[in-house]
Design a protein around this ligand. Structure first.
Ligand SMILES: NC(=O)c1ccc[n+]([C@@H]2O[C@H](COP(=O)([O-])OP(=O)(O)OC[C@H]3O[C@@H](n4cnc5c(N)ncnc54)[C@H](OP(=O)(O)O)[C@@H]3O)[C@@H](O)[C@H]2O)c1
Length: 332
């Protein structure tokens, strides 16, 4: 990603990788996630993004090819997952061994990568931020997306009823996941009241902007708003922090005037010590078929620009994943 622009500005570069240093491993990437975060990064609108140029790629699943001094040889050949935030759209990557998590045998790499950023984000928001319990009702915004499909499934698994917003063309998809669909272009609070007249116990909001106030107001007493993005401000200008300041201010204000409801901002690095444990939990749920990955679009790494374009166009349902050229040929 050399500079701000559209997907067409992406460039492929070839460079020699250094050998792994002590405590590091070199991995061959088998699947790398494409996320709305990269759509935002390309516009210079993502929370905490690095300066251009950089190699994008929020997460990966890979095979360990080489280990540095002090790293257990038993890792050689193992399939591992990692959160990179940037850098996973590559053939090979050097990682700190302490940051990799083993992937259970038999899991497809593209399926597994869907559960890295998105799975941990969804799991931690449900179980650590909102503490969803059986019998509750929750509202998932963007229920057809990468994070949203996992939020719906994990909330259902926790015993909750789920209402999911999505564009009308994806309502059947959202219903099949187990949620009651609502069009986000419609009057969402009114539609939610029809399903759950007393409000909901949790709202997961990646949209931000003025609609965040509605998200808070839809909570019943004891409810939690988890805000975790600002997708609605993609076309804004200025520093990436700008759209987040009103979100933080609102969260502080709501929590400073207690009314039985609370709000919290979630970021995937919020509980760093719990990341690997929670990733292992989500991967085992996938391996045990308690949840499904919905890695519905697989494209070769060389087509990263097209993959990003496809995600940004709103045509994707579920997760878009980059795979090595040879794997893409086999699956096409
Ligand atoms: N805080 C964190 O740590 C963290 C971690 C991961 C992701 N995120 C954020 O989570 C968001 C989703 O990421 P993703 O990769 O899952 O994206 P994605 O796969 O592109 O999904 C985005 C979803 O948003 C929906 N959407 C678009 N406009 C909407 C609106 N006005 N109201 C409600 N939903 C709307 C889309 O629905 P349709 O397709 O039906 O239009 C789609 O389902 C991004 O903003 C990302 O930055 C944050």
């Amino acid at each position: 990603m050399p500079r701000e622009g559209g997907p067409g500005v992406l460039e492929a570069h070839r460079r020699d990788l250094p050998s792994p240093e002590p405590g590091q491993v070199t991995v061959r990437v088998e699947a790398a996630g494409v996320a709305f975060s990269e759509v935002q990064m390309l516009k210079g609108r993502y929370f905490g993004q690095p300066k251009f140029p950089f190699v994008p790629g929020y997460d990966l699943v890979s095979e360990v090819e080489e280990v540095g001094e002090g790293v257990d040889d038993g890792l050689l050949g193992a399939r591992v997952a990692a959160l990179t935030e940037t850098g996973s759209w590559a053939d090979r990557v050097v990682l700190d061994a302490k940051d990799v998590t083993p992937v259970p045998a038999g899991l497809d790499p593209a399926d597994a990568v869907s559960a890295v950023t998105n799975g941990v984000t969804a799991w931690q928001m449900i179980h650590r931020a909102a503490r969803v319990r059986p019998g509750q009702t929750v509202l998932v915004h963007g229920a057809s997306g990468g994070v949203g499909t996992l939020l719906v499934q994990l909330a259902r698994l926790a015993g909750a009823e789920v209402i999911g917003t999505a564009s009308a063309r994806k309502h059947e998809y959202v219903r099949a996941l187990g949620a009651t669909p609502v069009d986000y272009r419609d009057d969402v609070p009114a539609r939610v009241r029809e399903v759950s007249p007393e409000g909901v116990d949790a709202v997961f909001d990646h949209v931000g902007g003025p609609g965040l106030v509605d998200s808070y107001r839809m909570l019943r007493r004891g409810g939690t708003l988890v805000t975790y993005g600002s997708a609605s401000t993609l076309s804004g200008t200025g520093h990436w922090i700008k759209p987040y300041l009103p979100i933080f201010a609102r969260v502080l204000r709501w929590n400073a005037t207690p009314d039985g409801r609370r709000a919290t901002f979630y970021y995937v690095r919020r509980w760093p010590k719990l990341f690997r444990e929670d990733l292992a939990t989500v991967l085992s749920l996938l391996a045990g078929r308690k949840i499904e990955a919905h890695a519905s679009t697989r494209m070769p790494l060389g087509k990263a620009a097209e993959a990003l374009e496809f995600l940004a166009s709103g045509r994707a349902s579920g997760k878009v994943v980059l795979v090595p050229e040879s794997d893409a040929r086999q699956s096409s």
